[in-house]
Design a protein around this ligand. Structure first.
Ligand code: IPE
Ligand code: IPE
Ligand code: MG
Length: 239
């Protein structure tokens, strides 16, 4: 059992921007992909820890819609890493309770990676452990644009009346529905920006920025973030 000390409230949903892999590798004179590998390994370790705490949802930003602009070698390395790790998660699914889902436009990926994604979703659909959502080829603006396009099509086809459109109409058409909004966002890597991550869902999320590079972000850093979260007063615009 973990010593919860003065942690009064745990978040139900943690979102993480796993940034800093490249700098972690550069500091060690290693190629960027070695940093991504270390980052993926860290995610496996930390998600187990998060599951043990009884936290229900974890969403992680693994590949953005803008990351395709990187050198081909790095992009190919990231795809290869996804193949490897998705296979590991498939193999683990027999003994694990984790549920895996995805946000982002996965139609951009090659068919065999899409197949692995489908397998992973199917194998873990009924699981009751930590619900991990991987954001791959994810961009909040892309997600919102796709949702608006769907709404427009439904209106055009007479399935939806513009007068009936409310916040829920849009929220329901985002990729992660019905996962609740994140309570806590952790951004590793030292930068104070969202880099196109969950712009709608983070409206009232507590944001924790740390200089620690993602592969170095360990259990004690997670505990520090949780302690900080426990001391927040969330008002949602109220008094
Ligand atoms: C984040 O690490 C992971 C991805 C974007 C895939 P970076 O590769 O962006 O790391 P830095 O920001 O260059 O250190
Ligand atoms: C955000 O990091 C995307 C992921 C962590 C997957 P980036 O490194 O791509 O973001 P910027 O370019 O620094 O804003
Ligand atoms: Mg970065």
């Amino acid at each position: 059992m973990r010593n919860t000390g003065d942690i009064r409230v745990l978040p139900q949903h943690i979102a993480i921007i796993m940034d800093g892999n490249g700098r972690w590798a550069s500091k060690r004179l290693l190629p960027h992909n070695a940093g991504h590998r270390a980052g993926a390994q860290n995610l496996r370790k930390l998600s187990e820890e998060i599951e043990k705490l009884g936290i229900k949802y974890l969403t992680v930003y693994a590949l953005s819609t803008e990351n395709w602009k990187r050198p081909q070698k790095e992009v190919q390395g990231l795809i290869k890493l996804m193949h490897e790790y998705f296979q590991q998660y498939i193999d683990d699914s027999k003994k694990n309770d984790m549920k895996l889902t995805f946000i982002g436009d996965v139609s951009r990926f090659e068919p065999d990676l899409q197949q692995k994604i489908e397998t992973l979703k199917t194998l873990t659909r009924g699981k009751n452990g930590l619900h991990v959502t991987l954001a791959i080829n994810y961009g909040a603006r892309d997600e919102l644009t796709r949702a608006v396009r769907r709404i427009a099509e439904e209106v055009k086809n007479g399935l939806l009346n513009p007068d009936d459109i409310n916040e829920e109409t849009l929220a329901k058409r985002l990729d992660g529905y019905p996962t609740p909004d994140p309570d806590l966002l952790i951004k590793a890597g030292g930068e104070m920006r969202l880099s196109n991550f969950m712009l709608w869902q983070l409206a009232y999320t507590e944001m924790y920025f740390t200089d620690i590079l993602w592969p170095d972000f360990g259990i004690k850093d997670l505990n520090a973030a949780l302690e900080w979260f426990g001391s927040r007063a969330r008002r949602y615009g109220g008094r």
